[in-house]
Design a protein around this ligand. Sequence first.
Ligand SMILES: [Zn+2]
Length: 140
Amino acid sequence: MEELCFSEAAARLGLDNIPSASIVANLGLVAALMEKIRALLDGKPIVVHSGYRSVLVNKAVGGVGTSAHCLGLACDFVCPRFGPPEEVAMAILKSEIDYDQLILEYGWVHIGLAQEGRLCRREALTKRSASAEYEVGIRG
Ligand SMILES: [Zn+2]
């Protein structure tokens, strides 16, 4: 939970990044998801880049306005001892793990869950740079 709420940008810019109770509940779902992913990745340590982002923090890091990070429903991470982000994303894609969005980003993997009451879309995308369009599928 601590890892999911820590924001380097928030600390640097002095912005609030304390989640509300409903967001903490969402983060609990993400934490459980990340445990499943760690098991899938042979128990190798996962390094969280970003979990929860308050609206202000999300704006500061240039996140999209509708970001699942703001709802505490997403996690950006790497698992270097398992492999590069494309291998991590492929392993998740081939697994039975349920997710709303899996995005191979430029240097990390984004995984997001659906809001309560919505179905997980199991959508897989690749984004090769900050300015690139999303491509369908996981493309190394
Ligand atoms: Zn993300």
